[in-house]
Design a protein around this ligand. Structure first.
Ligand code: NZQ
Ligand code: ZN
Length: 386
């Protein structure tokens, strides 16, 4: 097992009715800006619960953060934060609203001229305005991690950054919010969290027994609750297990001391930036090809995954590994998620070349758990995903 340091300072308040406790988590004298998305919270009662819990606070609002939070829109919020001397941010939403809020937390204390530099300078962010979150959509794990992803429409870029200052102070996880989520977004959430685990697991066996079993248990739990939640999102117990699995999939626990490979996410962000395909769906398009292309280096772990997660008992290591990839694809299909780029757009010709060129320009030349994947490999993997 590799050496590691582990610190996660986010306080989690989990369960029914926990939103009522908001007022005890935010300093009383704060000037609070509540941030939200396109309005789902006004239709499902969450807006009402939050504003009721914050009666008496000096509260302003900023709504309209779109999925794949958009830089220009966030810059509008930043102006208000400065004008109104806001000193506490509250994200009420899914990954996009939380990531947008994280970006604002960093941008509010940024000393340069252009906050976009936060995403390109490759430095960990060490200063941020305090913020909390009320999660409305289990998926990204953003509610308990320090990473963020921001999109810039004008240049079709989608970039990530993060740093120790950007963990939420607290996140409220009330599984009752799940009942209002449309099927399409439930499927996305399951797929995103499932792939987060794979990115931290599908490398090579290295004797980290507990980390492997943490990862496998999250995958198994997602597989177990997926059909229940897709059929009936108001099943509280399934919703609670789904929500906690998504958080645990990317809160910095399961990757401790083990190699990781985030290439599927890096490639996926480009597909979202270029075509606007939902984040989770880009992962389902790319992951099977990534594992097929890197079969030799990943087959031992793929076989372990097939055995332990999917109960594949027949065949040698190679056959089990192949079955593992097929089971993954079948799982995505069971959620009505398509796994080929051509099923999302007719305009895909040249995409692989274009993305590989972007990777070269950014000097992303040593990806994967062995830092061996080059832009030429990325091009082939994307071509295999057409
Ligand atoms: O905008 P509103 O009207 O609120 O509607 C949202 C949005 O349209 C809707 N929704 C959310 N909660 C709902 C609901 N509808 C009904 N009832 C509810 N309770 O769902 C739609 C999608 O929301 P969004 O926040 O975009 O989804 P998600 O949580 O999947 O976030 C995706 C973003 O997170 C980034 C992605 O790249 C993408 O930009 N990621 C962030 C990560 C992180 N910070 O660690 C890791 C991930 O890998 C990912 O890259
Ligand atoms: Zn993701």
């Amino acid at each position: 097992m590799n050496n590691f340091e582990f610190k996660n300072p986010t306080k989690i308040l989990f369960g029914k009715g926990e939103i009522e406790k908001l007022s005890s988590e935010i300093p009383q004298k704060s000037k609070v800006m509540m941030l939200y998305g396109g309005g789902s919270i006004k239709r499902n009662g969450i807006y009402e619960q939050v504003t009721k819990a914050l009666l008496g606070f000096n509260l302003i609002e900023f709504g309209g953060i779109p999925p794949n939070p958009e830089y220009e829109i966030l810059m509008g919020a930043l102006e208000v934060i400065k004008e109104e001397k806001v000193d506490f941010l509250l994200a009420v939403g899914g990954g996009s609203v939380i990531d947008g809020t994280k970006f604002l937390s960093a941008a509010a204390f940024f000393e340069g001229d252009n906050p976009w530099d936060l995403l390109t300078q490759g430095k960990a962010i060490k200063k941020g305005m305090p913020y909390g979150a009320v999660l409305t959509l289990p998926a990204t794990g953003s509610e308990m991690n320090s990473g963020l992803v921001i999109t810039r429409k004008e240049t079709k870029e989608k970039l990530s950054t993060g740093g120790p200052a950007l963990f939420p102070q607290f996140s409220i996880l009330d599984p009752e919010v799940v009942k209002s989520i449309p099927q399409h977004h439930l499927a996305n959430g399951i797929t995103d969290a499932f792939t987060h685990v794979l990115e931290q697991y599908m490398t090579y066996p290295m004797g980290a027994l507990l980390q492997d079993r943490f990862a496998e248990s999250i995958l198994q739990t997602l597989i177990e609750v997926a059909p229940v939640i897709m059929k009936d999102p108001s099943d509280y117990n399934a919703a609670a297990n789904f929500m906690w699995s998504c958080t645990m999939a990317l809160n910095g626990l399961i990757n401790k001391g083990v190699p990781e490979d985030w290439t599927v996410h890096l490639m996926g962000h480009e597909l979202t930036a270029i075509f606007g395909i939902d984040h989770a769906r880009t992962l389902a398009i790319l992951a099977p090809s990534h594992y097929r292309y890197n079969f030799e280096t990943k087959k031992a772990k793929l076989a372990q995954y097939a055995e332990r997660v999917w109960n594949v008992t027949e065949g040698n290591e190679e056959e089990k590994a192949k079955a593992g990839i097929e089971k993954t694809e079948e799982f995505f299909h069971s959620l009505d998620i398509k796994t080929k780029l051509s099923e999302y757009t007719d305009d895909y010709s040249g995409t692989a070349e274009n993305i590989s060129k972007r990777f070269s320009e950014r000097n992303w030349t040593g990806l994967g758990e062995h830092q061996s994947l080059k832009p030429e490999d990325v091009e082939k993997i994307i071509e295999m995903s057409y």
